[in-house]
Structures are given as C-alpha cells and as structure tokens.
Design a protein around this ligand. Structure first.
Ligand code: SF4
Length: 384
C-alpha cells in the first residue's frame, strides 16, 4: 500500500458568510444577506468529488467547518457535506467533526450536533459587552456563556475562543475575564491576541487615530498572564494561542496544519495541501475567493489548477507552521521530506538568547520565544 494513503488527511470547509463583518476581521468573508447558500452547498459537494480524484481513497481524520460563520449553515446542509465526505473518503473511527459556532446561533447548536458535529469552538471572544460591541460582534457576554453551556450539554469536546489585547483593556480586566472562563472547567481554550491586519476597518481607524492598540509591553504581559492562568487551570499550551487539558483535547484538525499533514480545502478561498517533495511533490491548491466565482467554477472540470510547491517552498511552510506547536519542529522529518534544515546561524543566535531550544532532531520556541514567534519563524525558514 502507498504509505501516503496511511498519512492523516483532514477536510476543511469554508463557509464565507457572516451576519455582519467584524472590523478586525481579515478572513475571506461576505455578508450573508442575499447569499446564494443553496448554490454554494452544491458547489462544495461538486468540489469534494473533484478532490477525491486527487487524494484517492484515504479515510478522514478530521473535518472542520470554519469561516465565516459556519453556524449559519442550515443543519441539513452540514449533514449533506458530512455524508458526502463519508461516502467519498470514509471517516476514521475517532474522526473529529468540528465547527466554529457564533453564540448568536446558540439555539441552533442542537440541530447542528444532530447533523453529525462532535466538536464545537464557541466564539465567546469577550465577557465585556462594551468590548463585544467595539469588536462588532452580534452577541453579548451572556449569549457567549449560554452558548458554552449549551455546547457542553451536547458534545464532549468544546472550546471557548477569546480575544485579548483589545483597545483600552487592562491586565486586570483580562485576568478577570480569562479567570471566569477558566473557572468553568473547560477542556480547551483558544486565546488570540488582537492584531490589526492591513485592509481592515480597525487598520483604517488606527491610521485615523480613532483606535489606539495597547502598548506592546502590555500585550506581552497579557500573553504571559494567559500562559500562567491556563497552566494553573490544568490547560497546557500546546500551541501559541491554544490550551488544552491533555492530548485528547487538542484540536486534531489544527494539528494537521501545524504538523504539515495533508488537508483538502473546500469553499471560496480555501487552501489545501497534499503530499511532500520526497513523495513526488507537495500539491498546493487555492480556490477562487469570491463565492460567485467559486460557484461558477464548480461547473468546470477544475476550479483552479493545483500548483506543485518547490522543496524550498514546502520547507518554508513547514518551518512557519511547525514552530507554533509546543513540541516544536521535527528537523529530522523536515530534512527527510524537503532536503532542507532550519537556518543554523539564526537558530544558534536565538538559542544563545534563550528564545529557542535547539536539539539535533528538533527546534522549539521557549516561552520567551513565543512572544516573537513570527519573527523567529521567518528567520529560521530556509532561504535556499
Ligand atoms: S464573525 Fe468571525 S469570520 Fe465573520 S466577520 Fe466576524 S470575525 Fe470575521
């Protein structure tokens, strides 16, 4: 049997519609009003069938509905996608079937779980109503907590997603918010530092001076506090922003990205990766961004031509993603798959500064290094 057929495979479904667009968001999203949902679901199903030809028969380790706001999808459409995935690839026995849920759709969570979902990430974001309004969210803190309660009554695997380092937020306020969430005894919390991304409404507000992000030192203190509080609550930081009560509660789907496994990307703007340089080439695929183009493309034999990454491009991606997880990047595997290693002069320098732990087979960020994760990853990525 081809060993590639034994490697884990994930399926990502991008639902690009949101009830409204949050001012900090730089994802590929569109207002749900007037959206052609039925045509998009048909296009998703057609795209899946096409991908099946590329991957061959391999059972799926995970399916993840992201977006956008996939909790806006009709539960019967979620069920259709899951059934089609099962028919095309089959599911591993413990397959993770996850969905990102907006608290605004909390009354639909029961139907979403009945459709087959077994893990819910609830976008609580904040427990401060004024902050939620400033973030442009369409729910309040009470709805966030209610959604968590409902989710926990439905499935064993639930995550709360939070955003910190918001404008005007103090360290004490973040401590109180995170402590309230941790006191719930959840098994998974994702805490993302708010970043101002180019092209967003928040970026324009920063330029105009109507939004002042917190100073870098305060954001760094919040990051360190997050590590301490989550650890004290029994949640290990298994990735820069993700904390879980043991390996069983890690996001299996996200681990596929961080470990450079294979995944299929379905939906407008979704990306996929299959294979490796050592196995004949890593295929990269990006679907058309706009839903209308994606739907129109679904009538064609291929939506967008897959590209073959060079060994260097594959190595660079593997370094950028692999450093995010606490166990770090497997250098032996990197070399075996791409013939490349990390940039050793940079690695030795960061090691001397206490920002990375460097071992012959592995390199990982220290807690101090996690504060500079993007810069370190960029400098460790091979250049040739
Ligand atoms: S709900 Fe999520 S995906 Fe949609 S605009 Fe807001 S942050 Fe972006």
């Amino acid at each position: 049997m081809n060993p590639a057929h034994c490697a884990p495979l994930g399926l990502y479904i991008h639902w690009p519609y949101c009830a409204r667009i949050c001012p900090y968001c730089d994802f590929n999203v569109y207002k749900a009003k007037g959206a052609d949902s039925a045509a998009l679901v048909d296009a998703l199903l057609a795209d899946m069938a096409r991908w099946r030809q590329m991957t061959g028969p391999r059972p799926l380790a995970s399916i993840h509905f992201g977006g956008g706001t996939p909790s806006l999808m009709a539960p019967r459409d979620i069920a259709r996608v899951l059934e089609m995935a099962d028919r095309l690839w089959g599911l591993e026995a413990q397959a993770e079937l996850g969905l990102e849920a907006n608290p605004a759709e909390r009354v639909r969570l029961g139907d979403i779980v009945s459709a087959g979902i077994n893990r819910l990430s609830v976008g609580v974001q904040s427990l401060d109503d004024a902050a939620l309004a400033r973030l442009g969210r369409d729910h309040d803190a009470r709805a966030g907590l209610e959604a968590l309660d409902i989710a926990r009554s439905l499935v064993a695997r639930v995550s709360a997603d939070l955003i910190y380092a918001r404008e005007g937020q103090s360290l004490e306020e973040w401590e109180a918010e995170l402590s309230t969430i941790l006191a719930l005894g959840l098994d998974h919390v994702s805490a993302y530092q708010l970043t101002i991304e180019d092209g967003t409404a928040f970026a324009r507000q920063v330029k105009r001076g109507t939004l002042v992000p917190p100073p870098e030192d305060l954001a760094a203190d919040m990051f360190c506090l997050t590590q301490e509080l989550t650890q004290a609550a029994g949640l290990e930081a298994y990735e820069i922003s993700n904390h879980a009560r043991g390996r069983d509660h890690h996001s299996r789907h996200n681990r596929l990205y961080w470990t450079g496994a294979d995944w299929i990307g379905i939906g407008p703007g979704a990306h996929g990766r299959i294979g490796s340089h050592s196995g004949g080439g890593r295929i990269a695929h990006a679907a058309p961004l706009r839903p209308a183009d994606y739907i129109a493309g679904s009538q064609q034999p291929i939506i967008a031509a897959p590209e073959r990454l060079s060994a260097l491009e594959e190595a660079q991606e593997r370094v950028l993603m692999g450093l995010r997880i606490t166990e770090g990047l497997d250098r032996t595997q990197l070399f075996a798959l791409t013939g490349r290693d990390v940039e050793m002069s940079a690695a030795n320098g960061f090691s001397a500064d206490g920002l990375v732990e460097l071992h012959p087979a592995r390199v990982r960020l220290t807690r101090a290094g996690k504060l500079f994760a993007d810069r370190i990853a960029n400098e460790l990525a091979p250049e040739s």
